[in-house]
Design a protein around this ligand. Structure first.
Ligand code: 3EB
Length: 357
């Protein structure tokens, strides 16, 4: 019976059939796949035209910020983020050491290469951000389930009027409820991605969601100076936010991915109305995350260096030059993009995300 199921073999005998059956049993007990090649992602901030950046070999995604840039592009790897920039912001370019495939499927713009995947989608937000987030995250969940890059490492959320509404009706809190409902049980604490959630200072009418995913799961990290966001107490809303403070990808050639980091210690906002003190608290939180990551990856530099990329979100348009100057003093030579964006608590004036290593 078994012999009929096996491909014809010139030396077939009852002995070799038994041997093959044994080999199949041995193979079935081995890990299903060979180790995947180590992914590598380079993130560069470049003063270039989108066409030029998209034409570079291995380009996974290109992000344009502010009003000076194209809002749409036929290439699905280009994404416009409508946050105003300080002057003309450079493009953010993601590159891998591999060929990249790309397309648009069911309204999701996507690309894949080198063990990594980029994806982006937008949902109309006519005022019910809980519904918009639930819809977007259910689509993300379904996409990941059917994807060969099922592990989200890093997610960005951009929404309108993030702190509008009182108490539990505040839009960020409703967003957290919708996100959790949409993603369902797909992401438990041990699988949470690093994330950013920032408000547009001007209404756009849409909720924008984009992500970096991988074939291999990473290690979510927490910050010993901060309570895990998913354990925030009830005073911050009915649904604690589902994200990790940082994520270390499986590949040692990948940078540490830092979530949106604000002047939060424990669960409390610090230095109300003091922008420079908040900025220093943010930098202390970033240093603490890097120190945590170094317990897993001692090769990472102790403090931000030339490998670090920072994206800085500042609440008040008038304060952008001040933050840019302060960062030039605190972290000279570290590439940064400074944008106007609203942090999800009214008293927080600045937030920074990025990568390191
Ligand atoms: C904080 O520490 C700031 O809801 O995905 C930072 C990063 C923040 C991500 C999110 C929120 C999120 O709570 C806010």
């Amino acid at each position: 019976m078994l012999a009929r199921l096996l491909p014809a073999c010139p030396c077939r005998s009852s002995g070799s059939v038994v041997w093959r059956a044994i080999m199949r049993a041995v193979m079935a007990s081995l890990p299903l796949s060979l180790p995947l090649p180590a992914s590598r992602l380079r993130i560069a901030y470049r003063d270039a035209a989108p066409e030029h950046a998209l034409a570079a070999a291995g380009t996974l995604a290109v992000f344009g910020f502010g009003s000076a840039l194209a809002t749409t592009h036929p290439d699905p790897r280009y994404l416009h983020v409508a946050l105003p920039a300080s002057g003309r912001a450079p493009l953010e370019c993601w590159q891998v050491d591999a060929d990249v495939r790309h397309g648009r499927t069911d309204g999701i713009a996507h690309s894949q290469g080198g063990g990594l995947a980029f994806g982006a989608l937008e949902v109309a937000d006519t005022g019910d951000i809980e519904h918009a987030a639930a819809t977007a995250y259910a689509r993300l969940r379904d996409w990941l389930v059917h994807s060969d890059h099922p592990h989200p490492l890093r997610i960005w959320n951009y929404l309108d009027a993030i702190t509008e509404g009182a108490g539990d009706a505040e839009r960020y809190r409703r967003f957290c409820v919708g996100r959790a409902r949409g993603i369902g049980r797909a992401l438990a604490p041990g699988e949470l991605p690093a994330a950013t959630a920032i408000g547009h200072p001007q209404p756009t009418g849409r909720f924008q969601l984009y992500w970096l995913a991988a074939q291999q799961a990473g290690t979510p990290l927490e910050n010993p100076r901060q309570l895990q966001a998913w354990r925030y107490p009830r005073q911050y809303g009915p649904q604690p936010p589902g994200f990790a403070r940082a994520l270390l990808p499986a590949s040692p050639q990948m940078p540490l991915l830092l979530s949106g980091t604000a002047a939060v210690v424990g669960h409390a906002s610090q230095h109300e109305a003091h922008l420079d003190a908040q900025l220093d608290e943010v930098l202390a939180n970033l240093d603490s995350l890097i120190a945590t990551a170094r317990t897993h990856r001692p090769d990472l530099a102790r403090t931000p260096d030339a490998s670090t990329r920072l994206k800085v979100y500042v609440r008040d348009a008038d304060a952008l030059p001040q933050v840019d100057t302060l960062l030039g003093q605190r972290l000279p030579g570290i590439p940064r993009i400074v944008l106007q964006g609203h942090v999800c608590r009214r008293e927080l004036l600045v937030e920074i995300d990025g990568c390191h290593g």
